[in-house]
Design a protein around this ligand. Structure first.
Ligand code: DHB
Ligand code: FE
Length: 288
């Protein structure tokens, strides 16, 4: 049977991708960001899974106002890096895992979560920047990746509670796949940031760090937080953080098990401000 071995959480600021692609990662400003991922790159080399299930959001790249799926699972054999206006990033093509993706779609849809099946989808910085942060500049990504796009751009967005419960359904789906695959689930986006309007530039360190604490120790409680609290406290784009609850919901502990058996081990935690207009947060949790 397949199993989820670990979850990874990270911001996806596009300027991080540009800094890497343009050879600026050793500049003092960017060194402080990339320094937080040195441990993670080695950890991923030591703990390379068979598949990464990567929860992210599209930024009106593959989807537009014409079509807004709340949850979309990429079932294709490959996904091209998107052109977000300045040409596609010079990163490897993303190889998918159509068999596992189709199995998860079957299981999760039968568990009453409505997924959109996507067989062709360019992937934007929401997916490629987390891969770059965790893998560095490589000729090929270390394993197949199943892209799982969540609408956190156009209202209405899904609640944290729905995301957390969806994560639990994804874990059940993975554990019923008839191959001995090691699967990591990544939750990406966030942390606090607002890119528009009078509050543009908003960062809330205290709130972000409390979010990390609760994500580790009280995810079921955290999942009850209404979407308006994310917007008020973490800025209009801080709502991306609901995607972290999908990954957290797929871990082995059960809701209400505060620090009980099966509580994941915190392998790494990092928080840094600023990266462009955004607070960068990063966690690695291992199933025990
Ligand atoms: C920016 C864009 C994002 O999608 C994000 O999550 C953070 C920052 C930006 O344009 O700076
Ligand atoms: Fe974003």
């Amino acid at each position: 049977m397949a199993r989820i071995t670990a979850s990874v959480y990270t911001s996806h600021v596009p300027a991080i991708g540009a800094a890497l692609d343009l050879g600026k990662s050793h500049e003092p400003y960017w060194e402080k960001v990339f320094g937080g991922y040195e441990f993670s790159k080695q950890w991923l080399r030591d703990n390379t899974p068979d598949v990464i299930f990567l929860v992210y959001n599209d930024h009106a790249t593959a989807f537009s106002l014409e079509l807004i799926p709340t949850f979309a699972i990429g079932c294709a054999a490959e996904f091209q890096p998107a052109d977000e206006g300045w040409g596609p990033r010079p990163v490897p093509v993303v190889k998918g895992h159509p068999e596992l993706a189709a199995h998860i779609a079957q299981s999760v849809i039968q568990d009453d979560f409505d997924l959109t099946i996507v067989n062709k989808m360019p992937v934007d910085h929401g997916l490629t920047v987390p891969l770059s942060l965790m893998c560095g500049q490589v000729d090929a990504w270390p394993c197949p990746v199943i892209p799982f796009a969540v609408n956190v751009v156009q209202y209405p967005v899904p609640s944290g509670r729905r995301c957390y419960n969806l994560g639990r359904a994804i874990r059940k789906a993975v554990e019923s796949y008839d191959q001995p695959l090691k699967v990591q689930i990544w939750g990406t986006g966030g942390m606090s940031h607002q890119l528009q309007g009078p509050r543009a530039g908003l960062i809330n360190r205290e709130w972000d760090n409390a979010f990390l604490d609760r994500l580790i120790a009280d995810p079921a409680g955290l999942s009850q937080m209404p979407h308006i609290d994310y917007v008020r406290e973490a800025g209009s784009e801080g709502i991306e953080l609901v995607m972290w609850l999908i990954a957290r919901g797929a871990m082995s502990d059960n809701p209400g098990d505060a620090a009980g058996p099966g509580t994941p081990r915190v392998a790494h935690r990092f928080y840094h401000v600023p990266a462009s207009n955004t607070a960068v947060g990063h966690l690695i949790l291992e199933n025990t």
